[in-house]
Design a protein around this ligand. Structure first.
Ligand code: DC
Length: 228
């Protein structure tokens, strides 16, 4: 079973994706972490992120691995655990920039398909283009969204808990910038797949969203079972 979760940053995709993968015993793939790993590789090498040729070379050479259980997933870049480093706001912006390069997307999409197809029981993938490009035939497609202010508020709270110094206004500005880049890029922009179930999480708590998603998946599993 393949479950696609798409949506803008801060909508709760990764938290809910992990919860869903754990509940259903599926592999969890955070595809944003892969773009972030390429962003970090570029940052560490002090490469100009606008130089597409070099960025593509880095994406090709980078060995990106996601290991461990969904709730403590580790992201390895060339064998080094970079789970913390890839979460900085700077790497988030770089990820959003390198993700506009078609050849970078090709490399990572291929990697994601391979990992998803080889997962014995199936996979939950979260990203921006999972239901539209990576797995257009996914069994279930969710599109999680929320108002920018609600997403910025969540991100801001997380950042404070992690001891980062930032302001709400700065977080909101970054969210708006990333949204703009993610929806306006030419290759695989963030958009809602025709057959996606859209959930606006602005006014919902995590448990409510999770229960709704589990209900949808169980119904789909039952339908697949009855028609097979
Ligand atoms: O989900 P995230 O914030 O970790 O993603 C970081 C960036 O990577 C985001 O700005 C857009 C990009 N991305 C993408 O283009 N396609 C995906 N499937 C996942 C992320």
């Amino acid at each position: 079973m393949i479950i696609a979760i798409d949506g803008p940053s801060g909508a709760g995709k990764s938290t809910l994706g992990k919860m869903l993968a754990k509940e259903l015993g599926l592999l969890y793939l955070d595809t944003g972490a892969m773009y972030r790993a390429v962003g970090l590789a570029v940052l560490e090498a002090s490469v100009d992120e606008e130089n597409e040729e070099i960025v593509v070379e880095f994406a090709q050479k980078a060995k990106i691995e996601l290991v461990g259980e969904p709730e403590n997933l580790q992201v390895l870049l060339n064998g080094t655990d970079v789970s913390t480093e890839i979460r900085s706001a700077q790497v988030g912006q770089l990820a959003s920039i390198v993700s506009t390069i078609s050849d970078v997307r090709k490399i990572l999409v291929e990697h994601q398909r391979r990992l998803g197809e080889n997962a014995p029981k199936g996979c939950v993938l979260d990203g921006r283009d999972i239901g539209t490009v990576v797995f257009p035939n996914a069994d279930v497609k969710f599109f999680l969204t929320a108002k920018p202010e609600a997403r910025a508020q969540r991100r801001f709270k997380e950042d404070l808990q992690k001891g980062r110094t930032t302001t709400f206004e700065q977080t909101l500005e970054e969210i708006n910038q990333r949204d703009e880049r993610d929806v306006s890029r030419a290759d695989s922009p963030l958009m809602i797949a025709e057959d996606a179930i859209v959930i606006d999480t602005s006014e919902m708590d995590l448990t409510e969203v999770f229960e709704q998603m589990v209900r949808v998946v169980r119904e789909r599993q039952k339908m697949n079972y009855e028609t097979s």
